[in-house]
Design a protein around this ligand. Structure first.
Ligand SMILES: Nc1ncnc2c1ncn2[C@@H]1O[C@H](COP(=O)(O)OP(=O)(O)OP(=O)(O)O)[C@@H](O)[C@H]1O
Ligand SMILES: [Mg+2]
Length: 288
């Protein structure tokens, strides 16, 4: 079981870092939930936006620590901090571009990077994570609080009840902007959506994020996104066929649950995908 400090323990920050953290923040990158600033000694702080829950920050710390303990290439969290700029996690700096950037710069290497990504995801899935929240519960909550009509919700929840449990480590947001490419290979960051459960929905979520997640959506990029998602998923299937089970059922559940919090990127294409997924398992189609 991972223990998470309830309160930041400034005394535990390496002495060379204390003080510098507050005074010398230069933003390295920002995301939807945080900005990441370089501090001294090859470290960064991820400073969360005010709206991010304590639970989410604790989960990111716990899941990244668990992954590191399991031998997965991650930035191992050092410390939780409460800075003037906000609540933060101190991490070692990972030197290398995101996989998305790398693929843009080296398009001819995209196929091999996506195969590396699938192999990396499979290694993550080899880790047990009994202490994390259950993905089944996350999906259940998202369906109940999502926009689908009550009859479809009930049918989907019955379907979900019949799907197997699992205790694997699931990243929950494994896409090309949450992987940094270093000289030593890919490193997974941003564990705030991690959970435990069956592997299939985590693989399908990655496939969906690559196709319909946030990012550019012009015609050419969309074709590239669809190709990249296929390349990743085909390789995952090839190297770990036994990991995947009840794909159509999980596809319908994961897509329906995503309706709750989705940015309207490629909305028409996503709704067509969702409706096909629902029909494949005999669920009523949504309009839109
Ligand atoms: N340990 C690290 N070392 C170097 N750069 C990092 C590190 N952690 C994060 N970054 C940079 O900061 C960016 C945002 O980090 P992260 O994905 O953790 O934030 P986020 O706000 O949760 O993202 P999202 O937009 O996915 O919600 C990354 O894409 C990466 O460029
Ligand atoms: Mg991120």
């Amino acid at each position: 079981m991972i223990s998470i400090p309830r309160e930041p323990l400034h005394a535990r920050v390496p002495s060379t870092l204390s003080g510098i953290v507050e005074d010398d923040l230069s933003t390295l990158a920002s995301g939807a939930s945080a900005r990441v600033c370089r501090v001294a000694e090859g470290h960064v702080v991820k400073i969360f936006h005010a709206g991010v829950s304590e639970e989410m920050i604790a989960r990111e710390f716990a899941a990244a620590t668990l992954a590191a303990n399991c031998g997965i290439a991650v930035a191992r969290p050092v410390e939780r901090l409460r800075l003037k700029a906000g609540r933060a996690i101190l991490y070692p700096e990972i030197v290398g571009p995101t996989m998305m950037r790398r693929m843009r710069v080296r398009p001819l290497h995209s196929g091999s990077m996506l195969r590396d990504m699938a192999a990396f995801h499979r290694r993550i899935h080899d880790c047990p994570a009994p202490g994390l929240r259950s993905l089944r519960e996350v999906l259940r909550t998202d369906i109940i609080h999502g926009p689908a009509d009550p009859a479809l919700q009930q049918a989907a929840l019955r379907l979900l009840d019949g799907l197997p449990d699992g205790d694997r480590l699931l990243h929950g947001d494994f896409h090309v902007k949450n992987i940094l490419v270093t000289q030593g290979g890919p490193v997974a960051i941003d564990w705030s959506k991690a959970a435990r459960g069956a592997v299939t929905p985590d693989m399908l979520r990655t496939e969906m994020l690559m196709r319909f997640g946030e990012g550019p959506q012009d015609w050419l990029t969309n074709r590239t996104r669809d190709w990249a998602a296929r390349c990743y998923a085909d390789h995952y299937r090839r190297i770990a066929p036994a990991h995947l089970a009840q794909v159509p059922e999980w596809r319908a559940i994961v897509a329906l649950a995503w309706l709750r919090a989705r940015a309207p990127v490629r909305q028409k294409a996503f709704l067509a995908y969702l409706n096909r997924a629902l029909m494949d398992v005999g669920l009523t189609v949504t309009t839109g």
